[in-house]
Design a protein around this ligand. Structure first.
Ligand code: SF4
Ligand code: SF4
Length: 320
């Protein structure tokens, strides 16, 4: 196992903060939290609900630290539904033991079948049964990805299982969320947002959250639109009419005005690229409505709904 020196942890904290466009004080706070994770002072229990495992894959796509360092050195992962070697009774024994001991940080990936508990089982036990105690005994809880945060794709219109968010589940069960639950949406969630949020929580407690969305303002305070490199086209009403054209992608269905996250600053895959730079409209993957409604499809060429209400505020004129 690689040993992290204090210097390398500080560098890591600073690099994470810089990637988010945050100033040094946040870098120091994130470094202090990472130190607790590295020294095994804090354990993470990662459970999965109704999901495609995309957020776990995203975690493995982290670049600094890389996946191996992340899993073996940085995150003190007590259990992860996909990545842990244990299975069957051994796995459920580990989960029971961690939950029984308490004091861990719970990460949930995936939605919860609120109306059909048997639709999602972990080691043969309904996820909803496990979450009753897992949520109560956790020090803090992170809903990783849009499915856990808002329902996401499993909650798409029709939704026979009643798939919903962790917040909906906790409210239904009377489990307190205030000061404990943080949403880190994204389809998938960005690995650095998850590690950064966890580290911040360990160092300083809960960050400032959006009162409705429960997302950390540190990472989700601005819309993609606010910092978009194509914003100058938007201001001049210069729109791309087809893929590959220069111009604002709004008429090709861009939902950047409705998606709050920092893609323009930290991008994806270690800062290689991101949706809009690659010429694709933002699909609004961090938005509460993502993938849920039929009238909120991924691509909406020519439509003027949704984004207009927000966008008119900052531009003060109608779309031509
Ligand atoms: S609508 Fe989309 S492409 Fe246009 S400025 Fe906003 S985020 Fe960028
Ligand atoms: S640009 Fe939009 S769709 Fe792409 S990852 Fe960011 S929030 Fe999601």
């Amino acid at each position: 196992m690689r040993q992290y020196s204090r210097r390398s942890i500080l560098r890591l904290g600073a690099a994470l903060a810089a990637g988010f466009g945050l100033d040094r004080q946040y870098g120091r706070a994130i470094a202090a939290g990472l130190e607790k994770l590295v020294t095994q002072e804090a354990r993470v229990l990662w459970l999965q609900g109704m999901n495609c495992t995309g957020c776990s894959v995203s975690l493995l796509n982290s670049t600094d630290p890389g996946p191996l360092d992340l899993l073996t050195d940085v995150l003190s992962m007590a259990y992860h539904s996909t990545l842990s070697a244990a299975e069957g009774k051994v796995a459920s024994g580990v989960v029971d033991k961690v939950i029984g001991a308490g004091g861990y940080y719970l990460v949930l990936e995936g939605a919860i079948p609120l109306k059909m508990p048997k639709a999602c089982k972990v080691n043969g036990i309904p996820l909803t049964t496990i979450l009753q105690t897992a949520c109560r005994n956790a020090k803090a809880i992170i809903a990783a990805g849009t499915c856990a945060a808002f329902g996401g794709i499993p909650a798409a219109e029709g939704n026979p299982t009643g798939a919903g968010s962790l917040k909906e589940f906790m409210d239904k069960e009377g489990i307190p969320t205030k000061g404990r639950l943080i949403n880190c949406p994204g389809c998938p969630m960005h690995p650095e947002e998850l590690v950064g949020t966890l580290a911040y929580v360990l160092a300083k407690g809960l960050p400032e959250l959006d009162p409705e969305l429960l997302t950390p303002a540190l990472f989700y305070g601005h819309s993609v639109h606010d910092n978009c490199p194509r914003f100058h086209y938007w201001q001049k009403h210069e729109y791309a009419e087809k893929f590959g054209d220069p111009g604002c992608l709004f008429k090709l269905g861009c939902l950047g005005p409705l998606s709050h996250t920092n893609c323009p600053q930290r991008q994806w895959n270690g800062g290689v690229n991101w949706c809009i730079r690659a010429g694709s409209p933002c699909l609004g993957c961090t938005s509460k409505e993502f993938a849920k409604r039929r009238d909120f499809p991924f691509y909406r060429k020519g439509e003027q709904v949704h984004a207009v209400a927000y966008a008119e505020q900052d531009r003060g004129s109608k779309l031509q």
